[in-house]
Each structure stands twice: as C-alpha cells, then as structure tokens.
Design a protein around this ligand. Sequence first.
Ligand code: MN3
Length: 207
Amino acid sequence: MKHELPALAYALDALEPVTDGETLALHHGKHHKAYVDKLNAALEPFPQYQNYSVEELLTKLNELDPKLRTAIRNQGGGHANHSLFWRCMAPQGRALGGEVERQIRRAFGDFDKFRDRFEKDAVGLFGSGWTFLIWDVEQQSVAIASLPNQDSPLSAGNVPLLLCDLWEHAYYLRYRNLRPDWVKAWWKVVDWDAVNKNLEAASTQST
Ligand code: MN3
C-alpha cells in the first residue's frame, strides 16, 4: 500500500485571510507531499508493514523494526499530523458544540480557559511542533499536549482530536515571526464538527 497525499476539501484560498493561498499551496503541495514521499521511500525495504495505515504505524512505533522508527516518527508523523490538520479546518470554521464542548467544559471549566491554556502552550513551545487537543485514553478526558517536530500523540497511546501547526512554514508568509497572531487567528477556521467526529471515534475505540 502506497501512502497518498489526501486532497483538500476546500480551495487553496478558501481559508483566507487566516491562511493565505500561497502558504496553503506550499504547505499541502510541497511540505505535506514531502512527508508522504519520504514515508513511502522509508517503507519500501519493509514489506511486513505495507498494509499498516500511518495511524497504526505511529501507534505501534516502539514495536517496529528499530531501523524504521525514526522515519515513521518524522515522516509518518508529518503525514498523519497534516492529514488531520486539513480535516480539522473549514472555510469560516464550524461552531463549537456537542460532546467536545461538554468535555472541554468538564476538563477546563469553560471554553475561554481552554483557549487561553492552548494558546499559552502553543506560543511557549520552543522550536517546531504542534499543540494538540487530545483524547487522553487513560484519564478518559480531553487534554492539551504540545509535542516537538512531527511527534504524534498516537505513539503515547492517546488520540489527537485537533491540532495547530507551529512550524514556521505554517504561518511565516502572512504572520512573519508572530506565532501568537497565527494561533489566535487559527480558531476562526477550526471545524468543530470534525473535532466532534474525531472524539466520537476516539471514545468508542478506547472503551
Ligand atoms: Mn506543517
């Protein structure tokens, strides 16, 4: 099985002004595509893993052939993180509601407190990486997690529900060095219907 670059569900300029079309074209067509190509190249000598989804590979990271682990962590993580990132956004976004709203209230008190914590975490992450809303399987609760590079919560047994890309390639053309402005603007295109679907899949999987 070859891993493939997923098509976007919206036009390249559809997330403007939060993300400009040039950034999205490069981010999806060059950056994400490079992760997919390098993942496929890394897997070529390992026929035993041909039928694994990228999510399965990341979940089983520590059981894989040690020679493959770094490539799965970086290239597989890059592919999985970006695939989820595109699916968690929509033009104009979709409003918060449903079970994910209930779980955010349960874990953080209210949405504003959650958003403040998420933004602080995202702005405070040194270097490149992602801030996630995860389903913490052990705690049976939503939680915030920031991870470096292309690491995936799946490799720690948790399920990513929503994620904000904090690599400079995600925001530099429009926001320059101002990561806080990017993170604040990004909420406007978050598709909470998609996040609810991710939560539904995560909680049925883990019970
Ligand atoms: Mn990126």
